[in-house]
Design a protein around this ligand. Sequence first.
Ligand SMILES: [Zn+2]
Ligand SMILES: [Zn+2]
Length: 95
Amino acid sequence: MSYDNWKLSNPQDDGWASDEVTSCCGVDQEGSGLSNCCDAKFYLETDICSACKEHAEEYMICTECGYSDQCYTMIELHEYQERRREDAQEYNKDE
Ligand SMILES: [Zn+2]
Ligand SMILES: [Zn+2]
């Protein structure tokens, strides 16, 4: 599912993503299209996992590295930039 479709289906959440990014790469996340229980496709247009036939949630992935939301958290963009800056300072210290 594209980001636009995802956003359209969640109009009440409009605006949340304005400055939230993944903690790993500092980019948007997107729906994986796979269930978080079995890592399987959904049955047709439902939220039923095609592997276990149970209701399931779609997990999100980082649009940059493709890792699942198990591997990152959503943080404010300025917080991500702050971390990057600290990492850079850390690196310079070791030089
Ligand atoms: Zn399942
Ligand atoms: Zn990432």
